[in-house]
Write a protein that binds this ligand. Sequence first.
Ligand SMILES: Cc1ncc(C[n+]2csc(CCOP(=O)(O)OP(=O)(O)O)c2C)c(N)n1
Ligand SMILES: [Mg+2]
Length: 321
Amino acid sequence: MSLTKKKMVDLYTIMLRIRNFEEKIEELVMTATIGGFVHLYVGQEAVATGVCATLTEADYITSTHRGHGHVIAKGGDVKLMMAELFAKSTGYCKGKGGSMHIADLDLGILGANGIVGGGPPIAVGAAMAAQYKGTDSVCVCFSGDGASNQGTTHEAMNLAAVWKAPVVFVAENNHYGEFTSQARHQCIESITERAAGYGIPGAVVDGNDLVAVYEAASEAVDRARKGKGPTLLECKTYRIKGHFVGDPEVYREKEEVEGWQKADKDAILRLEKKLIDTKALTKDKVKKIRESVQKEIEEAVKFAEESPEPDVSELLTDVYA
Ligand SMILES: Cc1ncc(C[n+]2csc(CCOP(=O)(O)OP(=O)(O)O)c2C)c(N)n1
Ligand SMILES: [Mg+2]
């Protein structure tokens, strides 16, 4: 399945929505307008966007602590997300969950997850439920290079392979697990090398190339949907911002980060150039899209600011632990 120019413009808009949402959140945290612990998805936009473009509303995703991009790409509402980050009652979790607990079950978003490696078992469970019920839904499990070393990830992948569960494991290799580079936390270059150990296909793709991600994900999702079982799809990308907002980033060189921000590396700049070169967009239209996405984010902030705080009487409702 190839992407039409119109679809590519739509996906470019989603990638900008993620970037602008994240940059606004960074500003809000740094000015202490909002609290909480936040991990930004800047630099990885093409992964969530390209993968989720292959899914329907009946498909599921599991996410991570760095989950805003996944939620936006699967169709999440930025107003409700912003309100959640402002801890307001109109937020996705009525203001009680924050950044790492956003879910929207109606959209198949099974939740962000503060537990590294917490997503894979949930994803396999969702995929098995779909298989059991006889629907053709697929579950995509987003997780990081660090999470690929967790026992839960290995167990989930093995079980998914054995039971041919309709799940796609998307390993977002952003080259760091917290403050430890991939080269220091595993002895393989590609996470996909582990696919052979589970007896499933593996593919490596440039995670900053929207079209490449989309094509590889289409194949993996199609395979899962046809009952042929899981795929491990590694998307090589880079985390432009610190591990969390406020990270002093003493473990990597500034030049390394700047290298990934260049026009031939940054996922948004690359797609923008492709769209202009192929005349899918003009520079003027790019400007308009950028302005309208920024306006959307400002409106989300206004919505959150004007929303009420949760009522004291609700202190213990929806709280399970
Ligand atoms: C079970 C568990 N162990 C440790 C942590 C602390 N922790 C939070 S994020 C993180 C690194 C995750 O790295 P990766 O999977 O590569 O995701 P990225 O942050 O790069 O998106 C760790 C160790 C945690 N949240 N959960
Ligand atoms: Mg990582």
